[in-house]
Design a protein. Structure first.
Length: 213
C-alpha cells in the first residue's frame, strides 16, 4: 500500500483536497479526527492535566479553546502536547492502515499538518503539500471565526509553506477555483496510482509553477 502524507499550513485546504482524493477512490485518514478522539481518552486527559494544570480539564472536560491558545502562544507547551498525542496518533494510523490494507486498499492519504515540523516525512512513501498565499489562508481562517491575530499566530507556528513545497513530491495550488484544485488533485491521483506515466518522485501539474525545481 502507498502511504501518502498530505500536509500544508492552517487555512490552506488540506481537508478539501483530502475529500477530493477520497471521491476519486483513495482511502483517507484525518489525524485531526484521531486527536479529537484522544482528547476524550482518560489517560490522555490525565497526562494533559499533568502538563497544563487541572484547570485545563475542569470536571473532566478538556477546554480545547484554552488549550489551543496556550500551545500557539507558547511553543514549548505545543511540543509537550504533541509528545503526548503523536505516539498515540501514529499507533492509530498504523492500525487503520493495517485494516485498510487487509481490505484491499492500495493507497491511503493521511492528513498530517505538522509533518515537516516534527520530522515525520520519512514515515510516508510520498508527500503532497496543499498551498495558498498566507493572506488567503488568513481570510479563510477568519471566515471560520478565528481572529486575524490568532490566524497569523497559528500560521507562524508552522514552517514556511515555500519550504514545504520544496520538500514535497507533489504540490497543489488551492488558491483558485474548486474546479482548478480538483484538476490538480486528479492529476496527482493518477500519478500516485501509477497511471500518469511519470518517472520521477517530484511532480506537479504540467504548465503550472508548483514550487518544484
Amino acid at each position: 500500500m502507498l502511504i501518502v502524507g498530505l500536509t500544508g499550513n492552517f487555512g490552506m485546504g488540506k481537508s478539501t483536497v483530502a475529500r477530493m482524493f477520497r471521491e476519486l477512490g483513495a482511502a483517507t485518514i484525518d489525524t485531526d479526527d484521531i486527536v479529537r478522539e484522544l482528547f476524550s481518552d482518560p489517560v490522555v486527559l490525565f497526562e494533559i492535566k499533568k502538563a497544563f494544570g487541572e484547570e485545563i480539564a475542569a470536571g473532566g472536560v478538556l477546554d480545547k479553546g484554552a488549550l489551543a491558545t496556550l500551545v500557539f502562544e507558547h511553543p514549548p507547551l505545543r511540543i509537550s502536547l504533541e509528545n503526548i498525542l503523536h505516539p498515540r496518533v501514529f499507533a492509530r494510523i498504523g492500525e487503520e492502515v493495517g485494516s485498510l490494507a487487509a481490505g484491499g486498499a492500495r493507497m491511503v492519504i493521511v492528513e498530517a499538518p505538522v509533518l515537516f515540523e516534527r520530522g515525520y516525512q520519512n514515515r510516508f512513501d510520498r508527500i503532497v503539500t496543499v498551498f495558498t498565499s498566507e493572506e488567503t489562508a488568513v481570510q479563510r481562517l477568519t471566515g471560520k471565526g478565528i481572529s486575524v491575530e490568532e490566524a497569523r499566530k497559528r500560521l507562524q507556528s508552522q514552517f514556511p509553506i515555500d519550504m514545504k513545497r520544496e520538500k514535497s513530491d507533489y504540490t497543489i495550488d488551492n488558491s483558485r477555483t474548486p474546479d482548478d484544485t480538483r484538476r490538480q488533485v486528479e492529476y496527482v491521483y493518477r500519478e500516485l496510482s501509477g497511471q500518469g506515466g511519470g518517472t520521477t518522485r517530484r511532480g506537479g501539474v504540467p504548465g503550472r509553477d508548483n514550487g518544484d525545481h
